[in-house]
Design a protein. Sequence first.
Length: 330
Amino acid sequence: MVDTWSAYMQQALSLALLGPRSLNPQVGCVIVDPQGIVVGTGYHEGAGTAHAEVDALTNAGERAQGSTAVVTLEPCRHTGRTGPCTESLIQAGITRVVFAQSDPTKIASGGASVLREAGVEVIEGVCAKEALEINKAWTHVQRTGRPYVILKIAQTLDGRVADGSGGPTPITGREAQILTHQLRAQSDAVLIGTATALIDNPALTVRLAPFTHQPIRVVMGERELPRDLHIFDQQAPTMLVREHRPSAALALLGEAGIQQVFLEGGPTLATAFLEANMVDEVVWFLAPALFGMGPTALAVLGAPVRLDVTRIELIGNDVMVSGRIAGTSE
């Protein structure tokens, strides 16, 4: 049965990606009539606009009667800026709802039960992994109350993140740099510590990849910074977080509406976040170089941190290993 709806769900997932990344999830929906013909499509275009199901129902019109709604997220059952999607689906005469990801929020979850009580057949979990990937940061915030953190490190074969000169040191090639900028573009904030700001003087902007917005540049630490640093230019907004505890810093970022943080700080900050169990995903570049001296990627950890590897790839002349912290729910 799941295979029957997978192709339609893939279409709904593609529609979801058309919506903006924001404090709301990206959701797509297709309406399929009893003959297997798609008669309506829709996606959520942002806060205050019609939800994906309502958008698709509007496009389908009377053809929604007796049809199936295939949607990437469990239909909501609450009234916010818009009405409950469960009610719209029932009133439109939808006889079956197929969804991918269950709604993790307390206020909107439970839509599947409402639909079943109204006599609507419900099939859940179709392409759930793909749907979760689209909204991994939003889902993480709903489940944990803090932003999703991606730690990026670039090191040499002998574990160095800089040479012995004490200044900024190129580690990876251009292809890896382009991928780094793509990851920045997918995040709400790029985070470094005051030491990195002073030593490397990075711009932290997206320059080598397409973007819809520049992420907020966040500098964490209590040290005073000169105002002629690149992070204080007009290319992107900058936020100073006068904290040394990762949990406190992430709480402030969460209050600012930041859902995904790209952590590019140095060894001290990386170690602090790993020690605090505040890293969810790691992107690690290994460059084919030997420095022989210079700072290492991490300070001493109190206990090993293991990854569930999701990707190993040659990026130009560098090797990238990425994965989720083992034991996390996402």
